[in-house]
Design a protein around this ligand. Structure first.
Ligand code: 1HN
Length: 346
């Protein structure tokens, strides 16, 4: 590869003249923005342990009333991007949110797409576009771009969930903003989650109005059962994963990030294909060892880690008796839409 000239090779006077005109020489930075053969990601393999997050989040509940926070969240920030950037990867934001009994997080909508993966507690709910979505451990609730949402809690114990947003990429393209509103009216009719199973969806004439999202809540019990049944039906298959989709279109549940659930059998190890998008892993149930390049993390229930793109990942279930279940978020829909998606598995 050709050695290119450095900034210091240029006379200071010339550099100053360029700066004065808002001009920059490309060649000193060319290899940086386009390294050979493979990107140099800022995203570092990083783990966030629930046992460390939870006490600090509960303390946030004592230090900051919900009225002063609106969303009481501790952001899971990747040090490779610097903590202030609040990024897990270039496109993924992660946060752990706490809602205490009786609290209300007011309605708003925004351009970034969000999902919540419920980690702990019962009795809370998110109202999305008027549809009340109860929160239970492992449930996935969508609040896609432009959809009104608010959180309430009628239960007795703290509820904690993982927020996953495409905020970093939407912010980067200068398209991130929000709007506020009062309480939403809860509609009598649901958007349809309860009509969309068993291989049927309401016939377009009656219901496929102009709603872009067919389903806001994906109950964990249904997804878990699907994985268990797949495992039983395909004993020779070691890659047991489902994709969260919009059941009306068959496409990814949201536009920018992809969401999946995986089951790994007791004692088993799976190697993921090496692909361009970064990934996030959250243990719904059980324990695993996740190896990202040369780094291994031991994860137990409710722990979260992330892997940069273009990186080999192995997942081993560390229990010899119980399956483990992992929620995965990645940047695949974004990469595919941009035409930069790659699978480099040999
Ligand atoms: C947001 O709207 C929520 O609604 C949580 O719970 C986290 C982080 C950044 C921007 C918007 C929520 C968020 C967020």
């Amino acid at each position: 590869m050709r050695d290119l000239g450095k900034l210091e090779d240029l006379p200071q006077e010339y550099r100053d003249a360029l700066t004065e005109q808002n001009l920059v020489p490309l060649w000193p930075s060319l290899r940086g923005v386009m390294p050979p053969h493979k990107p140099s990601p800022r995203t570092q393999p990083t783990v966030w342990r629930y046992a460390n997050i939870k006490p600090l989040l509960i303390e946030a509940g004592e230090l900051t009333p919900i009225e002063k926070a609106e969303r009481r969240v501790l952001v899971l920030a990747n040090p490779g991007h610097t903590l202030e950037k609040m990024q897990a990867s270039s496109a993924i934001y992660l946060g752990m949110q706490l809602l205490l009994p009786g609290e209300w997080a007011p309605a708003h909508r925004h351009t970034p797409n969000a999902i919540r993966m419920i980690v702990e507690g019962e009795g809370a709910y998110t109202t999305v576009e008027g549809e009340k979505c109860p929160m239970s451990r492992g449930d996935l609730i969508l609040t896609p771009t432009g959809m009104w949402h608010e959180h309430g809690h009628d239960g007795t114990d703290p509820v904690i969930w993982l927020d996953v947003l495409d905020l970093p990429i939407v912010y980067y393209i200068e398209a991130s903003y929000h709007e506020e509103s009062g309480k939403q009216e809860q509609s009598k009719n649901s958007n349809g989650s309860k009509y969309r199973f068993g291989g049927v969806v309401p016939t377009p004439m009656f219901d496929r109005s102009n709603k872009p999202y067919a389903m806001y809540r994906y109950p964990w019990m249904d997804v878990r059962q699907t994985l268990v049944t797949m495992g039983e039906d395909f004993p020779e298959m070691d890659f047991l994963q489902v994709t969260y989709i919009n059941p009306e279109t068959g496409l990814d549940a949201e536009n920018i990030l992809g969401f999946y659930a995986m089951m790994v059998r007791p004692g088993q190890q799976v190697s993921l294909p090496v692909r361009s998008p970064a990934m996030v892993f959250h243990m719904i149930e059980g324990s695993s060892e996740i190896t990202i390049s040369e780094q291994s993390f031991q994860l137990i229930k409710a722990d979260t880690c992330c892997a940069p793109g273009y990186t080999p990942v192995q997942i081993k279930n560390t229990s010899s008796t119980d399956p483990c279940f992992i929620f995965i978020a990645d940047e695949t829909p974004l990469h595919k839409k941009l035409g930069v998606f790659e699978n480099r598995t040999k």
